[in-house]
Design a protein around this ligand. Structure first.
Ligand SMILES: [Ca+2]
Length: 500
């Protein structure tokens, strides 16, 4: 039988009969670059399970997140909206941040809950902790949570063990705040966290959640935002020293191993053919970490910048029997995941302005994207500057460019923080198909065709910006050291006494 007909019948079966609704496993790497996976051409990464997903699933070449740093990117993934709307900007949230992803935003978990889904989040949240943990995943539609509620470098790490038997973490991480805690739902179970055992704990939590849900025949949504491969790199005994790529490669291998465990569990519990597994990353590689950071492959610069290296990510969709193996060059985004999931299960869309579009047609038919544009906001979006860049079809125009600390130490002078903010009029325009590395600005003179493209880009930009209502900045609410999670709240002196 024709594959797309089979797919159509599958979807029809689900929509018209009482067949179980599909499960969703959303895997989100941290600071992983476009060139970091074996299946994206990295010569020494060891990612057998992700490579297997890519070989048997759909691999994207033009998939974007919405911000070159963590918190805003995560806000967009879970809400289908640019971070400027929800207010998760500028920069990222900290342990003592007063703000977080506003509770009136609707997450993917909250879209699925009314349909009877079991929901769990495991790993790096980074959408706020707040007073008494008011912004934790359990307040945003997730039944269960196990993880560190922010980046694992947001606490002193110089004396912690990152690799067995007792190799200390590289660097100091953030001093002057509490050591990173491990939370079960809203309760601190460990502080500081044990990095050597963390991935095992996550893997066990996630596989047990799948097994329990499958046994109960309850549809489920598992969100696994991994700490890998954010600085500082760490790995337990199963992966440490097992890659060819040093600390970064070992950390990536550990994430890959967990993904292997999840796939094996989906198979064992008999739900793999009814589960969409989606993998991507929150932002580009942190090049300042040099060989301990990620790799943007052929793309320009990395984390913190609005060049493609900062926001174009590896992405793989896997659903045996429904998604055909292949590669797609269609443009898609983390913004599109919420509308796609909602469309697949017939859930009600949140009654707010969404920026995502349903990408089911790309997934099940390797069809065309409904997305024509991608907007590039810097780490500190403002109404004054608006978009730094806009991609329309294969063309990308930069209205402003700027390097970033996160992208330091590269030979390209446009990437480090020394490349100060620069306005471009006319904008720097690139053909991302002919020149994905954004090396060669297109000459506009004597090219009425390109001038016409630029006019269209300017029109789209103006229209988009007119429609953008900036939400109240959550991160500008600042921090209060007393809000940082402490397992021993009455202790003194803080923050060093917060150890249990
Ligand atoms: Ca990140």
């Amino acid at each position: 039988m024709d594959f797309s007909l089979l797919t159509f019948l599958n979807l029809l079966l689900f929509s018209t009969c009482s067949a179980s609704p599909p499960n969703f496993v959303l895997l989100f790497a941290d600071d992983l670059g476009f060139g970091d996976l074996g299946c994206y051409g990295h010569p020494s990464s060891l990612t057998p399970n992700l490579d297997r997903l890519a070989a048997a699933g759909l691999r994207f070449t033009d998939f974007y997140c919405t911000s070159p740093v963590c918190s805003p990117s995560r806000a967009s993934l879970l809400t289908g909206r640019y971070q400027t709307r929800s207010g998760v900007y500028p920069g990222v949230l900290y342990p003592g941040s007063r703000g977080g992803l506003p509770l009136n935003e609707t997450t993917i978990a909250e879209v699925l809950k009314p349909l009877g889904y079991a929901t769990a989040a495991v790993g790096k949240w980074h959408l706020g902790f707040g007073a008494n943990g008011m912004f934790l995943p359990t307040k945003q539609g997730f039944d269960q949570y196990l993880g560190i509620p922010y980046s694992h470098d947001m606490g002193p790490c110089w004396n912690l063990t990152c690799f067995p038997p007792d190799v200390k973490c590289f660097g100091t991480c953030d001093v002057g705040t509490v050591t990173v805690p491990l939370l079960r739902n809203e309760v601190i179970k460990q502080q500081p966290v044990d990095f050597l055992d963390l991935e095992r704990a996550y893997s066990d939590f996630a596989t047990s959640f799948i097994t329990t849900s499958a046994k109960k025949k309850q549809p489920f949504f598992l969100y696994y935002p991994s700490h890998h491969t954010h600085y500082p790199q760490y790995a337990g005994p199963g992966s440490a020293g097992h890659s060819l790529r040093g600390p970064f490669g070992d950390a990536l291998l550990e994430l890959d191993t967990t993904i292997g465990n999840l796939l094996a569990t989906l198979e064992k519990t008999g739900v793999i053919n009814n589960t969409l597994v989606f993998f991507t990353s929150d932002n580009g590689p942190e090049l300042m970490r040099m060989s301990r950071g990620g790799n943007a492959g052929a793309l320009k610069c990395g984390k913190g910048t609005t060049y493609d290296g900062g926001m174009r990510e590896p992405a793989i969709a896997y659903w045996p029997g429904t998604i055909r193996p292949g590669v797609t060059h269609e443009m898609a985004s983390t913004l599109d995941i919420l509308p796609t999931i909602a469309g697949l299960v017939g859930a009600k869309l949140p009654q707010v302005m969404l920026d995502g579009v349903d990408m089911t047609e790309i997934l099940v038919n390797q069809g065309k994207s409904k997305r024509e544009t991608m907007m590039f906001y810097p780490t500190d979006p403002s109404e004054k500057y608006g978009l730094f860049a806009l991609r329309l079809g294969k063309y990308k125009a930069h209205f402003y460019t700027r390097g970033a600390t996160h992208s330091g130490t590269t030979p390209d002078p446009d990437c480090p923080v020394f490349a100060v903010l620069k306005a471009h009029d006319p904008p720097l325009m690139f053909d991302l198909e002919a020149d994905p590395s954004e090396h060669y600005p297109l000459p506009l003179e004597g090219r009425p065709d390109l001038q016409a493209v630029l006019e269209r880009i300017k029109n789209v930009k103006e229209k988009f910006e007119a429609s953008m209502v900036f939400g109240e900045s959550q991160i500008s609410k600042g921090t209060d050291p007393n809000l940082a999670p402490c397992c021993n709240p009455q202790c003194s002196p803080k923050p060093s006494c917060c150890r249990c």
